[in-house]
Design a protein around this ligand. Structure first.
Ligand code: ATR
Length: 276
């Protein structure tokens, strides 16, 4: 029997805004591979039916985005340590025997983006400050702790969510009141915005940045616009800045490699193609 053309896709709701189809289609073309990667608009109630049908339709894997990253864990036969720790999955692989493997590559993408664009960054240099305590913050906390960051100051508008993450991820985390965030920045070796503030259509971050030291690494998970107000302000203060697009691009690498057999490279061309 002829081998089926491998399919992959991204499951979300909404999904039209996702840049993953453009990213993976570019890689398929660049490496001359047979395959297709499609956006899949899936409601909560249809998630299980869709995921269970995918391997039967020739899908070798899928990315998972909002709001399904937590719910999809229920349908996995095997879950990676990273996904278990983070409590969410963004990458599914359908094994030949039909079993579903769930992984989370968001923390990997976060770290690979920094390594590529701020190669001199030293995790052990000092504390990291994370703004926000949503799903993205969970992956970033795990990645930073793995990398050896000695201390994490976590601050969130809704303090209870930050307290819950501290209870879950441990004593390396100190929770700071949202209104006090500006006062902790002079201690930071790294500052990360994991909130949706600064995104086109949303309000800007209002945390006063003047305490930031020169040379502090400042990065944003927001990539639309690419240069957020946080990044331009931090740059003006002499900080090293890394935009959020690379996190998205790098989180796609492990899935693509598993599904299509080639480890894709993230470079300037990838950025240009995905930005369109
Ligand atoms: P994600 O999974 O992408 O992290 P999320 O779980 O909805 O998305 O988290 C969004 C983050 O942005 C949260 O930390 C949220 O703060 P709350 O927990 O207080 O909601 C933060 N955020 C969103 N809008 C905000 C605003 N206007 N001011 C401050 N923080 C905001």
């Amino acid at each position: 029997m002829m081998k089926q053309i491998p399919l992959a896709g991204v499951l979300g709701n909404p999904i039209a805004q996702s840049k993953s189809p453009r990213l993976h289609s570019h890689w398929l073309q660049k490496y001359g591979l047979l395959g297709h990667y499609v956006p899949l608009h899936v409601t909560d109630e249809n998630l299980e039916t869709v995921v269970r049908a995918m391997p039967k339709m020739g899908f070798v894997g899928a990315n998972v985005t909002l709001p399904h990253k937590i719910a999809v864990m229920k349908f996995a036969d095997q879950i990676s340590d990273r996904a278990t720790l983070i409590g969410a999955a963004n990458t599914l692989t359908f094994k030949e025997d039909g079993r579903i493997f769930a992984d989370n590559t968001d923390g990997y993408g976060f770290m690979a983006n920094i390594r590529q664009n701020a190669p001199d960054w030293e995790p052990k240099a000092g504390p990291a400050v994370i703004l926000g305590a949503g799903g993205a913050a969970r992956a970033i906390i795990v990645a930073l702790a793995d990398a050896g960051v000695p201390e994490i100051f976590l601050t969130n508008r809704t303090r209870a969510k930050a307290d819950a993450l501290r209870a879950e991820f441990g004593a390396r985390i100190k929770v700071i009141d949202w209104v006090q965030a500006g006062n902790i920045l002079e201690e930071a070796a790294t500052l990360i915005n994991s909130t949706s503030l600064g995104m086109t259509g949303n309000a800007d971050l209002r945390v006063p940045l003047d305490g930031l030291r020169k040379g502090t690494l400042v990065t944003d998970i927001v990539y639309s616009p690419l240069r957020t107000k946080l990044l331009t302000d931090a740059e003006a203060l002499g900080c090293i800045t890394v935009d959020g697009l690379g996190m998205l691009l790098h989180q796609g690498v492990p899935g693509f490699e598993r599904w299509f057999g080639v480890r894709p490279v993230v470079d300037d061309e990838t950025r240009r193609v995905v930005l369109g």
